[in-house]
Design a protein around this ligand. Structure first.
Ligand code: SAH
Length: 365
């Protein structure tokens, strides 16, 4: 897939209409979304979709005649939502727990189970806060990914709930808000990491990749980076695990990240000295923007599925954004087949280090 193909939105038929979708965006052909969209019943006037992805459930709520707001964190998904719904409804970039209190009659959410317990529980709290008294929460998820636990948690927060549907391991439940909702807890966390004698503090929000510790792959990559990397681009930079240690020796630092909580975390860690963009791969860069060194620890899970599409787009973007003579440093799990992707593009590809991960260096001639 070329970079242009990766960035192209496609119209896809869904029951009762069309939705835009693209590689790297969540929530289409996803049975949890399909099940929730199928079982939803209207209630009141105002609805909120707290984990819309490309908007299958949003679309169902809209068709039921509700005034819908969709709050999404992923830039890839936001691009699709904006294209699909434009002026029809409110598409907002935001954190699922930062909802406007007592503002809607219905909240729908596919449980974001792959983002960890804390993220899901805060999302439930955001849902509970957003509901008016008597409002309803619809959730969907898999019993293999904690559905029972989250359903119980939602009942503690809201009140009465019942199972509304099932398909295989998937469940849909609806709850009614009978209880007042508590305050939001402090969501920011931090940890320190020693890198070459320097103590670095990292702040992070729930749900980010490798919160609380530096990923072993990222640590291995940091060992291999040059002393004078020049103008650096960090693709899929997370909360800044790779960029922060480089800050003192890079001429400039640009970090691209699809996930909004990660963007906010990276901005906190890197401060004014770096450019941190909410970006689906290199979508937020201007066409002429190029770099001396590009670094990445690419994702290989999107919504729990192993997909190399986004990682392949990282490779394409790295090639497109490097100056001639520039270097792309990539770390990946050992079993992931990056070499053919890199060799298809770059003049030379070398393996710099291997343990549970491997660090690859691709040179643009
Ligand atoms: N560099 C960080 C994070 C690595 S995990 C570290 O070393 O700790 C991969 C990161 O890629 C995640 O933060 C994920 O949110 C981000 N990502 C996933 N899809 C993306 C996309 N389409 N565009 C940009 N970033 C993306």
């Amino acid at each position: 897939m070329t970079l242009e193909e990766y960035h192209t939105l496609r119209q896809t038929p869904v029951p009762g209409g069309h939705l835009y979708t693209k590689p790297g965006a969540r929530g289409l052909a996803d049975p949890a979304y399909e099940l929730l969209a199928r079982y939803l019943e209207p209630h009141g006037e105002d609805a909120l979709d707290l984990n819309p992805g490309v908007g299958l459930v949003t679309h169902a709520l809209h068709r039921l005649g509700l005034a819908v707001q969709a709050i999404e964190t992923s830039r890839a998904s936001l691009r699709c939502l904006e294209a699909s719904f434009g002026n029809l409804l409110r598409v907002t970039r935001g954190l699922p727990w930062e909802t406007e209190p007592a503002s809607v009659d219905l909240v729908a959410m596919v449980l974001p189970a792959n983002r960890g317990t804390q993220y899901v529980e805060l999302s439930l709290l955001g849902a509970a806060r957003a509901l008016r008294p008597g409002g309803r929460l619809w959730i969907a998820g898999s019993k293999d990914k904690g559905f029972e636990h989250y359903f119980k948690r939602a009942q503690e927060l809201l009140g009465f709930g019942l199972l509304a549907g099932r398909a295989g391991p998937l469940r849909v439940a609806v709850l009614e808000k009978e209880k007042p909702t508590g305050e939001l807890p402090e969501v920011w966390q931090s940890f320190v990491w020693n890198f070459r004698g320097e103590t670095l503090r990292f702040a992070y929000l729930p749900g980010v990749f490798s919160g609380g510790h530096i990923d072993p792959g990222s640590a291995l990559l940091l060992q291999e980076l040059p002393a004078a990397p020049g103008h650096v681009l960090d693709i899929g930079g997370g909360y800044g695990a790779l960029s922060r240690p480089l800050q003192a020796r890079a001429q400039s630092l640009t970090l691209l990240e699809d996930d909004w909580p990660s963007v906010l975390s990276a901005r906190r860690n890197l401060g004014e000295g770096a450019v941190v963009l909410h970006s689906d791969v290199d979508e937020a860069l201007t066409p002429s923007h190029t770099f001396t060194t590009i670094i990445a620890n690419p994702p290989f899970h999107v919504g729990g599925l192993v997909v190399l599409e986004t990682a392949a787009a990282f490779v394409e973007a790295a090639y497109a954004r490097l100056e001639r003579g520039g270097n792309f440093y990539l770390v990946a799990n050992r079993f992931l087949p990056y070499e053919p992707l890199l060799e298809a593009r770059f003049a030379t590809v070398r393996t710099l280090a291997v343990d549970s991960h491997k660090v690859l260096l691709a040179h643009k001639g």
